[in-house]
Design a protein around this ligand. Structure first.
Ligand code: MBD
Ligand code: FE
Length: 289
């Protein structure tokens, strides 16, 4: 299996101070630095995993995929270019801000900015803002991103080039649409696609090492007055116990623990589930009544 991982993400927001309060006070992240333009947040020994950019239009900005080496960056760039997805070179300012050796910038079929990179600065001391047992990252990457899209087939073909393979499907009855879960390392899914009427970012998931930290984050979210969009629950496919809150960027963040891994790609069976959760996760995808 490839060692490609979801390495960093960028989001837009009108209020960086609110994002810092949320990330440090609820999620357990460390604020690395904040300027008038951007807030960078650390989750582990990587320089930062989240960058929040000041913008009048809040929402998703980019996903950054660590492809390991310059040779792999060149190979994937050639393959995507041949498929009709031309690359832009990352600028010197982008390399410096992201603390990577090099990056290429693409646009996926849904119109989302995608960055492939290698050489993210690591070995940085992680000092969370509160007592916290850390995030599950490393060879699993930082978590998963989920897009709603009108172009499921084209999106799957694009991300397949980067190495994403099908894990399983869930037909989500309340919204009458299929969700596709894909992996590119042992994390059950680093990307999911939800068929739907528009191309829009749905949620990002990050994984704590312990259930206590998920329970604590749930309490702190409520104490901070954050909107819990899906209650605590356990997913069927990846077995993650999680809850969802609305971020200051206007999309949801799933905060979980206990995800199963795909350790043997050869023997993995792709199956379809008929519900997203064994229990809980009451909200739009699992209506309480
Ligand atoms: C997930 O991570 C998820 O967000 C949903 C909706 C279903 C299964 C796993
Ligand atoms: Fe999720």
């Amino acid at each position: 299996m490839s060692l490609h991982t979801l390495g960093y993400v960028g989001f837009n927001a009108t209020d960086l101070d609110d994002w810092r309060l949320y990330a440090t006070g609820v999620l357990g992240m460390q604020a690395v630095d904040q300027t008038a333009d951007a807030l960078r947040l650390r989750m582990d020994g990587k320089h930062h995993r989240f960058a929040i950019h000041k913008s009048a239009t809040p929402g998703f900005a980019y996903s950054g995929w660590d492809v390991g080496t310059r040779a792999e960056l060149e190979r994937l760039t050639a393959e995507l270019t041949a498929l009709g997805y031309p690359a832009a070179e990352g600028t010197e300012a982008e390399r410096a801000f992201r603390r990577v050796v090099d990056l290429r910038v693409f646009t996926d079929p849904g119109g989302n900015r995608v960055e492939l990179f290698y050489g993210q600065l690591s070995g940085c001391p992680f000092t969370p803002a509160r007592q916290f047992g850390g995030f599950k990252t490393g060879e699993l990457g930082l978590g998963h991103v989920v897009f709603m899209t009108r172009s499921v087939e084209a999106m799957m073909a694009f991300y397949a080039v980067i190495g994403l393979k099908m894990s399983d499907y869930i037909f989500i009855k309340p919204v009458q649409s299929m969700a596709y879960f894909m992996h590119l390392n042992a994390r059950h899914h680093s990307l999911a696609l939800l068929g739907g009427p528009q191309d829009v970012f749905h949620h990002i998931m990050i994984e704590a090492n312990s259930l206590d930290d998920v329970g604590m984050a749930n309490e702190l979210a409520l104490r901070q007055g954050r909107t819990v969009t899906m209650s605590l629950g356990k997913h069927t496919n990846d077995e993650v116990v999680s809850f969802y809150t609305m971020t200051p960027s206007g999309f949801e963040l799933e905060y979980g623990c206990g995800g199963r891994t795909i350790d043997d790609q050869e023997s993995w069976q792709v199956v379809e589930y008929d519900d997203i959760s064994f229990w809980g996760h009451l909200g739009p995808l699992r209506p309480p009544v």
